[in-house]
Design a protein around this ligand. Sequence first.
Ligand code: MN
Length: 429
Amino acid sequence: MKITANNPDRKSWLPVDSDSDFPIQNIPFGVFITKDDIITIGTRIGEFAIDLGAFHQLGYFNGIPLTDDMFMQDSLNDFIADGRKTWRHVRNRIADVFDVNNPKLQQNEKHKEAIIFDVNEVEMLMPIDVGDYTDFYSSKEHATNVGKMFRGEDNALMPNWLHIPVGYHGRSSSVVVSGTSIRRPYGQTMPKGATKPVFGPSKLLDMELETAFITTAANNLGEPIPIEDAYENIFGMVLLNDWSARDIQKWEYVPLGPFLGKNFASTISAWIVTMDALEPFRCESPKKEIQPLPYLQEKGTNNNFDIKLEAVLETENGDLNILSESNTKYLYWSMAQQLAHHTVNGCNVRSGDMMGSGTISGPTKSSYGSMLELTWGGKKPITLKDRTTRTFFKDGDNVVLRGYCENENVRIGFGKCTGKILPPVKLKK
Ligand code: MN
């Protein structure tokens, strides 16, 4: 089926600013609650949130095989499980109904009132019920930087790294939607030079600038997903801030990897941008330094996506400080390679599972995706607009991730992924 929703010449009868992340070519999916306390699945065009539950009830999806309550749900999991054919049908229809040349809804004031909301008057909720969350480590620049700091220049990359998309199983219960405040976590740490660990609030609270992809119910237990089928099973992408407490992480991570230093919160952007919408932004992937094993070999070289990423620190006085400018095109291992590797042992993937890229760092210092790298382990503080400095984040800091793709015709974006850091909770003892 053709993706007619991507037609770059299409214009909507809803007004959209030229620098909006959400032109009619985007049509992302999310979940929101209206002023009248109605929870629905929706999409967004410009500054308008579109209630797809009402849209469906009023007959605008007629002819597409969908269950009656498909969009009147508090997560996208069932819709995602319906598969790529349904996602395409639905996006194409939405594009058609909101096309400037289509008068049907455009001229029906009553229907418009039931379907279209000001995006500032709805509250975005978690778009999916995350079943499992896996986080990869797919940026070679990031893995090399961290390796240099922890193991020295000569052993920066572990011997497995160029052969395996390294990853670990994260925690889904603490994945939260953009705008949710983050409590500074407590934990056990080993201060430099000390002989005994101490307990207290983390002193080295960090971000990780990442993206994540959301899968459908892809395979049965025991059956790998071949790499050429990977994108058939990926619904879309979000921005991900994989909050990390570096002092807790450093003390606990040997030998089983990250645990409490990572699982206290992971923030995702509210709108899932579909792989279909991102298709025009495929780009060349970095050349493999070692040919991977056959199950990880992709056809062609156009296997990455050109998504510009930005991490911004908003201080309490409202200043916006750009911390990092990176891009998903730097990722050494592609999403298809990640998914093929994840399932090669027969591990089953379900609808609404989330797979993080790992911190995405580029080749230059201004493109590093974590404070750990930007301040080189805290040795090189960053000076902010208000003349204060940061090595890691302070309470009150609001960390904002942004991401968008752009070509001569269209700009497709993710909106914001934000989280403000709150002081630690008061403990009873
Ligand atoms: Mn991570």
